[in-house]
Design a protein around this ligand. Structure first.
Ligand SMILES: [Zn+2]
Ligand SMILES: [Zn+2]
Ligand SMILES: [Zn+2]
Length: 375
């Protein structure tokens, strides 16, 4: 093979591989199916299901056209071989062209079949159909409710391109290259099955741990699938998920010190007395995250010894303005990061009025506590 053909061959197949598996460099350059066809695909936020039906179909058509593209490219890269005269090229090339054409035509046939009866045959529609039960009697109604849930800001998203994990109020979803795996939260069970550590990551100096979780639905028509995420995203996933997570392989999950502290903070706060809102007062959204109602009231409950260098606890008159997670993060952020063993016993100022408090003074405000007094 001569030099221009060889260099074209190499360049084409490297480009194709990168286009299919999209490393970060390709993604930032916008060389993805999502980006190239963005005007036709529409917005994922407006219609998650419809977007992914279109995206997976286009992806299949584009990827299946790559072998054919190579042949056409060779016609231009090696004009002296006259490869456009199909009947005159070598048998090997004829065979290649036949395979490439069949792959592409096959993909078109499949997509046309998917698109029949308003995309009813598409794998995503079929996956939704397996979940239909009252009150959603058709997959269209289920798709509409999934679209609404996806639009909410409090969904959990993680993972890499080609294997994105999304957890909404009712669904666990994994966006694959050609489809979307899905399971209803109230039907599924997750288990940590594997963990892998990467010591080389340009973003962080410490090793990153990638967890593999298996999502299994009690709905027999739904086949199990695996999701992958960073161990630091694990606690956020657990917050969003109502489904149980088991750790069958006894994988040790490495969380950051702040996340571990947040768990301890939450369980400690659960043991403190609760605070009931005066009747008529409503819980407003937490001003830290704006995603959940504020549910923390600081009350000076401890028998403060005052021997500490940071002084006694003080009375805070602020109304509930923060949720337990935001208050825990605030508490952790005010600590000596080098001495985590002192965190639980220390005092920090209220984020709003600066009155000092300790962990014993953090009271949970139960939701609807104000309405219960009216009953
Ligand atoms: Zn918050
Ligand atoms: Zn305060
Ligand atoms: Zn105190």
């Amino acid at each position: 093979m001569e030099t221009p053909e060889l260099s074209f061959t190499l360049a084409y197949w490297v480009f194709s591989l990168c286009f299919v598996f999209t490393p970060n460099e390709f993604r930032s350059a916008g060389l993805t199916v999502q980006n190239l066809f963005s005007s036709w695909l529409g917005s994922e936020d407006m219609g998650f299901v419809q977007y992914h039906i279109r995206r997976s179909s286009v992806t299949l058509l584009v990827h299946s056209g790559l072998p054919l593209g190579y042949y056409l490219g060779m016609c231009l890269a090696a004009p002296e071989q006259h490869m456009e005269h199909i009947l005159e090229v070598s048998e090997l090339w004829q065979f290649y062209l036949l395979v490439a054409l069949s792959v592409h035509v096959g993909a078109w046939t499949l997509v046309v079949y998917w698109s029949m009866w308003r995309w009813e045959n598409h794998p995503i529609s079929r996956a939704l159909k397996r979940h239909t039960h009252p009150p959603h009697s058709s997959w269209g109604a289920l798709a509409a409710s999934l679209n609404t849930e996806f639009r909410r800001v409090d969904k959990f998203t993680a993972g890499v391109h080609g294997a994105r994990v999304i957890v909404t109020d009712n669904w666990v979803l994994k966006v694959n290259t050609y489809s979307v795996s899905m399971a209803l939260q109230n039907q599924c069970q997750l288990s940590v099955v594997h963990s892998r550590q990467h010591h080389m990551s340009p973003d962080s100096p410490s090793p990153t741990q990638i967890l593999t979780l298996r999502v299994k639905s009690t709905n027999r028509a739904v086949s199990p699938f695996h999701i992958r995420l960073n161990s630091t995203e694990y606690s956020e996933l657990r917050d969003k998920l109502h489904a149980p997570i088991t750790n069958l392989a006894n994988v040790v999950i490495f969380q950051s010190v702040s996340e571990l502290f947040l768990d301890t903070f939450r369980s400690q706060v659960q043991d403190n007395p609760v605070y009931s809102l005066p009747s008529g007062q409503e819980l407003e959204p937490c001003i830290g995250c704006m995603q959940v109602p504020a549910n923390i009231k600081l009350m000076q409950l401890c028998q403060s010894e005052g021997s500490d260098s940071d002084g006694d606890c003080q009375r805070c008159l602020c109304r509930p303005m923060w949720c337990v997670s935001c208050m825990g993060r605030w508490f952790a952020s005010r600590q000596d990061q080098q001495r985590p063993e002192t965190w639980l016993s220390s005092r920090v100022p209220c984020p709003t009025c600066r009155a000092r408090f300790c962990i014993l003074d953090v009271c949970v405000v139960p939701e609807h506590s104000s309405t219960s007094t009216l009953d």
